[in-house]
Design a protein around this ligand. Structure first.
Ligand code: ADP
Ligand code: MG
Ligand code: MG
Length: 255
């Protein structure tokens, strides 16, 4: 059993004319075995939350805490966060020219496990996970994310997820750029990861579409840099019908 706890999180980014506060006091607790969806309009700060948890240098934490089983995540290096069991998939993943997927995945697994996986079992593991996700075997030799389509990037994320087996996964817009078939394959991958055991998922999304495939236990509505409402899966159904208007009236429009 583990717990990811975000308390009073305030985050700013550098902007013309000084720092701009994006997150204005986020409180959120996710326990293993739970999937929480964070839903909100564009510009509400959802990706900023993901970047802040990931330790992206552009996002400055001005107040608050993020802990995993009581350990201060924000004090850790990016590698330490991964070793602690956090997995972060970004809305816009970086390209790494000249590094093959096969090598990248093995280094990532080495960083997380503390030792290099045995080559023979590793190759088998990777092939199995790739086939589960309908990924072409040639993919292993391609440079990380370079020239990947939107769908390929998202499959790659879920491939990492299934190989690295973190305790907690933060997935930002895992559904963006996916057609119906790719959405199904990617969702099945996330569901296999969830079914595998005692893991927590924070699923960040603008659209309710992916929640038809990955049913959340808890739904948070995010607006203006904080959680403004929390409910069960039925809250997502209400957003599907009525949109975000009832949560954003009075809030400043997106810049
Ligand atoms: P969402 O993911 O909900 O669409 P974001 O977290 O991407 O929202 O953005 C929230 C706000 O923060 C937006 O107004 C955006 O322009 C601003 N913002 C996010 N990242 C940066 C950045 N690196 N530099 C400047 N402004 C940023
Ligand atoms: Mg956005
Ligand atoms: Mg975003």
């Amino acid at each position: 059993m583990s717990t990811l706890e975000i308390t009073g999180l305030h985050v700013s980014v550098a902007a013309d004319g000084g720092a701009k506060e994006i997150l204005k006091g986020v409180d959120l607790t996710v326990r293993s075995g739970e999937t929480h969806a964070i839903m909100g309009p564009n510009g509400s700060g959802k990706s900023t939350l993901a970047y802040a948890i990931a330790g992206h240098p552009k996002y400055e934490i001005t107040a608050g805490n993020v802990t995993l089983d009581g350990q201060d995540i924000l004090a850790m290096t990016v590698d330490e966060r991964a070793r602690a069991g956090l997995f972060l998939a970004m809305q816009y993943p970086v390209e790494v020219p000249g590094v093959s997927m096969a090598n990248f995945l093995r280094s990532a697994a080495t960083a997380v496990r503390g030792e290099a996986p045995k080559l023979r079992t590793w190759v088998k593991e990777v092939k199995g996970a790739m086939s589960d996700l309908d990924i072409d075997p040639d993919f292993a030799e391609r440079s990380v994310n370079e020239g990947f389509s939107g769908g390929e990037k998202k499959r790659h994320e879920v491939l990492q997820l299934s190989l690295l087996k973190p305790k907690f996964a933060v997935l930002d817009e895992t559904d963006s750029g996916l057609d119906v078939d790719a959405l199904r394959v990617v969702s099945e991958g996330v569901n296999r990861f969830r079914a595998d055991g005692d893991v927590g998922v924070l699923l960040i999304t603008h659209y309710t579409r992916i929640l038809q495939h990955i049913r959340p236990d808890v739904v948070h509505v995010f607006a203006g840099g904080k959680v403004v409402s929390t409910g069960g899966a039925e809250l997502a159904d209400e957003l599907e019908r009525n949109g975000y208007a009832r949560f954003t009236t009075g809030a400043p429009a997106e810049a």
